[in-house]
Design a protein around this ligand. Sequence first.
Ligand SMILES: Nc1ncnc2c1ncn2[C@@H]1O[C@H](COP(=O)(O)OP(=O)(O)OP(=O)(O)O)[C@@H](O)[C@H]1O
Ligand SMILES: [Mg+2]
Length: 453
Amino acid sequence: MTDDRMLWFSVALVIGTFAADAATPMGVAVPVLYLLPVVLGLWSQSRNHAVQVAGVATILTVLGAILSPPNGDIALGVTNRVLALLAVGATAAGVTHTRRVSESLRRTTATLGETQYALDQSALVCATDLEGTLVHVNDRFCERAGYARDELLGRNQRLLNSGTHAASFFAELWATVQSGKSWRGEICNRAKDGTLYWLDTTIVPLCDQHGKPRRYLAIRHDVTARRCAEARLREQAALARLGEMAAVVAHEVKNPLTGISGALQIIGERLPPDSRDRKIVADIRARIASLNDSVCDLLLYARPRAPNRTAVDVQAVLRETASLVSQDPTMKAVTVEVAGDHSVLSADPAMLREVFLNLVLNAGQAMNGQGCVRVEARDRGSRCEVAVIDRGPGIPADLRDRVFEPFFTTRSRGTGLGLAIVRRTVEVHGGEITLGETSGGGTTMMVVLPTLG
Ligand SMILES: Nc1ncnc2c1ncn2[C@@H]1O[C@H](COP(=O)(O)OP(=O)(O)OP(=O)(O)O)[C@@H](O)[C@H]1O
Ligand SMILES: [Mg+2]
């Protein structure tokens, strides 16, 4: 019987017994005694209270019936009241019990609701049926995936597959959960905008009474930032290894190069002034000098020096960069447009020039050596934003995370060190570099650096 029904039943019972006792000469005392257990049943948490009060009320009303028998019939009066009060007591006890059960149910529901709220705040939660069709997704899940709830519900979760994992990875996952065991691991998903993100995932099979899964519940946490940090550490380790290698190469190559160049100079000077070989020797020496420069560059890149900071006007650095680019024979058909605000930074001007030179050269190369690269500086108070914008083909979504990795290149003659060095130099200066889109196609590289003010 539900709580409400129990209440109405006890109220009817009280009215009934009250009417049955109306003829008795006990005044208001009897109805009050009948009412007491029921009221207690409704308000007290303890079933015992209602039963005890019903017991006391029974004794009192029975005593009353003995002392003042209704219509002079003691047996009838006593039976009537004992039965009525027993029923009232039982009803009151029932009501109390029902109330306690429903109270505990309410508390359990509230706890469950709070647990779900906490889970929804901290994790990405989704549930699928046995085929992997999404049947529940929470707000954080939708937000991270970049889809509206309607776009996800009813779709297979393969929609979010990034193609990063081998088929055997998912085969092992499904085998585990289908056997009724939970699976834990990290999965890379693809958001609606094409970006990849990593989720620490626990998939729990929810089983029926026979232990067979009827649904899968996945609780996930975004670990993209941690994985990026790990990747950065690996990159730094790779760069450090390169540094060691470069130091050895530089040591082994530089000194012989100087010796060869010196020897060639002596040979060249011994040649008659009108000898055609003089030009050849000079040519060889120029190539050796350029080789020496490359070795020094590699050493400089791989073993970065600490910045030698001075107050630098960002516009001055950008204009110097533009003039360096104009001297590059491969950039003859590229114009560099420098615009925006003057910001004063505490930075190493040579290192900053190198940063922007790399970015502008990349932009020019992306446009096949012709077109306009726009460089815009914006003063934002405590920081300065410099955007290097080109109208090239842009960077495909799946390569966006990789372009900053050392040795990643799509150019046949690139080393793939440019952006890795740029990022490290920017970070050494307390700034950051991000990759944006140029509306209408192309790439925007955004460098943010702290200003002096
Ligand atoms: N503005 C851009 N537009 C399109 N792709 C770009 C752009 N900038 C960089 N990239 C991509 O990022 C890759 C890595 O660039 P990065 O400067 O690190 O190396 P690289 O230019 O290939 O070689 P190098 O070490 O000689 O600079 C490039 O090969 C190219 O695929
Ligand atoms: Mg480059």
